[in-house]
Write a protein that binds this ligand. Structure first.
Ligand code: ZN
Ligand code: ZN
Length: 262
């Protein structure tokens, strides 16, 4: 629990947040079907209230595959309009539409609703990790679920196929730091080994700096005449020494493609 009625759940996949409101339960993200079943069991022990809303930070399956376990249990599912589009596209491609519980509500720029003493506000600040990442602010608790807009000291997946953009991602993080305050606590989709899935504005700034350092580094390599293959051999980014977990080829590839796109 992060407060008396707001907590996080982690097993496998993107970090889940849940709100035990006075009359209902709200859940953000769902990991995979088994993980969601475990979550539902755990939350039923804590509260007898109904699940009224599932909010999705974005469409990736480590956040949405578990929705199916909420079928017939939850009243509504809410996501950014691009997230729904992306989820449908991927499911059709993978022939897994029968395993989806799609959002029945979407928003474009902002959305808010009161849940007892808590007010949940959603914001969309443009392309980042995908083109459909929602920031979810629990105003009373002053906690923001950033979804996969923050990989805390872990190399991120940059889903260019779903409209991701690293330069715009940096702006999204800046907007978040300016919107919320120094006491705001953040929840992150993923973290590197030894790092937390919660943090402060400073972690957002560090991740933004890291994205900038990746772009700067790859730009310099391209200008020095290096090939994509040569660039992908690098294991560490100058200024990004805290990002040590595997997967560096993902942001390097994305940066290369973004910088050489016509
Ligand atoms: Zn994720
Ligand atoms: Zn993701």
């Amino acid at each position: 629990m992060l407060t008396d009625n707001l907590g996080i759940f982690m097993e496998k996949g993107g970090t889940i947040a849940f709100l035990l409101a006075k009359k209902e339960i709200v859940v953000v993200d769902s990991q995979f079907p088994d993980q969601s079943k475990h979550l539902i069991d755990e939350l039923k022990k804590k509260s007898e209230n109904p699940f009224t809303l599932l909010i999705n930070t974005h469409h990736h399956s480590d956040h949405t595959a578990g929705y199916i376990s909420f079928k017939g249990i939850v009243e509504h599912v809410l996501a950014h309009e691009n997230s729904l589009k992306n989820q449908k596209e991927v499911a059709i491609k993978n022939k897994s539409e029968d395993k989806q519980l799609y959002p029945d509500k979407t928003f474009s720029d902002t959305w808010d609703e009161k849940f007892g003493k808590e007010k949940i506000c959603l914001y969309y600040y443009g392309a980042g990790h995908t083109n459909g990442d929602a920031l979810i602010h629990f105003q009373h608790a002053n906690i923001v679920h950033m979804g996969d807009l923050v990989f805390n000291r872990r190399h991120p997946f940059v889903d260019r196929g779903a409209g991701a953009n690293m330069k715009s991602w940096m702006e999204v993080l800046d907007k978040a730091v300016n919107k919320f305050d120094t006491n705001t606590q953040y929840i992150f989709g993923h973290a590197g080994t030894g790092y937390e899935v919660t943090g402060k504005a400073d972690d957002l700034k560090k991740f933004g700096d890291y994205l900038g350092n990746v772009l700067k580094f790859v730009d310099g390599e391209i200008k020095a005449g290096k090939t994509k293959e040569e660039i992908l051999k690098n294991k560490i980014i100058p200024g990004g020494e805290e990002w040590k977990t595997d997967g560096i080829e993902r942001p390097l590839t994305a940066a290369y493609e973004e910088l050489t796109a016509k």
